[in-house]
Design a protein. Structure first.
Length: 323
């Protein structure tokens, strides 16, 4: 049977009809707001990411509290430390930038879920995600340091640990160190399918974490691969991940949907810095309608299979959802 018996337009006739047959809906509950935290001083806007700034702990707590009252359930924190060294030791100090921000946020709004990104790149003077041996990042020597960092964030009050380093075996290693330290009930959100992507450059300005030499292709995934993403995801699930992530999101919607079909744990999609900056630049050039574009992009992630979305648009999106 086809036209004229079939007429799909019949269900598109009015806004209410469209509302009734809509397959995907966005909710504030799905959003995770990324924040950059530093040790002191005024808010520092990130040039390439209009609307995003680095906050000190006190300001981060204030903003997080407002975000929670607007409906955003969770933040993910990235630290900009005062000091960097070869092994990223400032990331596991008791009074480190992230530790202080976690405490301040949990004090101000205890119900909010605080996620901590675990990686060395923001804390190393060479900008790589692990320790360097010769010209490469030493996988196994890095695991110990990542676990140290994760435990330090947990002791400060973090709810979820999110390793983004892409070392092999890190989820299992961190999981067993967490269990041993008594954090058995704390979850891991693994950056499982994380690609070596050009979409991260504004983040690297924001976090001051561009690699000093070479690139990250020796540990992050090749954007040409999808079966490998599945392998990474299944390994992380086996190692104890509670949530798996696909990153970036826009050019990797097929991966989001593949991962969703292949796992039964929540899937997160990271709408990364470059994706945000492109929308902002096009908005400022009056080429697009920001609200409509952002809602379409976020709905697309959900339709593809994302249960959770990490996005710098979170605060705006929540306002737009409420109309
Ligand atoms: C690594 C990390 C990066 C991002 C999140 N965690 C950067 C990288 O791998 O170079 C990128 C996020 C974004 O671009 O918004 N700690």
């Amino acid at each position: 049977m086809s036209f004229p018996t079939e007429r799909p337009r019949r269900l598109r006739r009015t806004p209410t009809l469209r509302r009734m047959v809509r397959e995907t809906s966005l909710s504030a509950d799905d959003l995770i707001w990324p924040m950059f935290v530093k040790s002191k001083g005024e808010d520092e806007p990130i040039k390439s990411m209009p609307g995003v700034a680095r906050y000190n702990a006190k300001r981060a707590a204030k903003e997080a509290k407002v975000a929670f009252s607007e409906g955003i359930p969770a933040v993910i924190l990235f630290g900009i430390p005062d000091k960097k060294d070869a092994i990223g030791s400032s990331s596991w100090q008791k009074d480190g930038v992230v530790q202080r921000a976690v405490k301040a946020i949990k004090d101000a709004v205890p119900e909010m879920i605080v996620i901590c990104d675990v990686c060395l790149c923001e804390y190393t003077d060479h900008g790589h995600c692990g320790v360097i041996k010769g010209e490469t990042v030493d996988n196994d020597a890095t695991l110990e340091l990542l676990a140290k960092q994760a435990l330090s964030f947990l002791h400060a009050g973090a709810d979820i640990i999110a390793p983004s380093d892409m070392m092999d075996g890190r989820v299992g290693f961190i999981r067993s160190e967490m269990d041993e330290a008594g954090f058995r009930e704390h979850a891991i959100m693994a950056y499982s399918a994380k690609y070596a992507s050009a979409f991260y450059s504004p983040f690297r300005e924001a976090a001051g974490s561009a690699p000093g030499f070479g690139d990250r292709k020796g540990y992050q995934m090749d954007p040409a691969n999808s079966r490998e993403a599945l392998r990474e995801v299944l390994l992380d699930v086996e190692e104890g991940a509670d949530i798996v992530m696909v990153k970036p999101a826009l050019a990797f919607m097929d991966i989001i949907s593949l991962v969703k079909e292949s796992t039964d744990i929540p899937v997160a999609a990271y709408n990364v810095s470059g994706e945000y900056s492109m929308v902002k630049a096009a908005t400022m050039a009056h080429a697009i309608n920001e609200e409509q574009i952002v809602m379409e992009i976020l709905t697309g992630f959900k339709r593809a299979g994302a249960d959770l979305i990490l996005t710098y648009h979170a605060r705006d999106a929540v306002k737009w959802m409420q109309g």
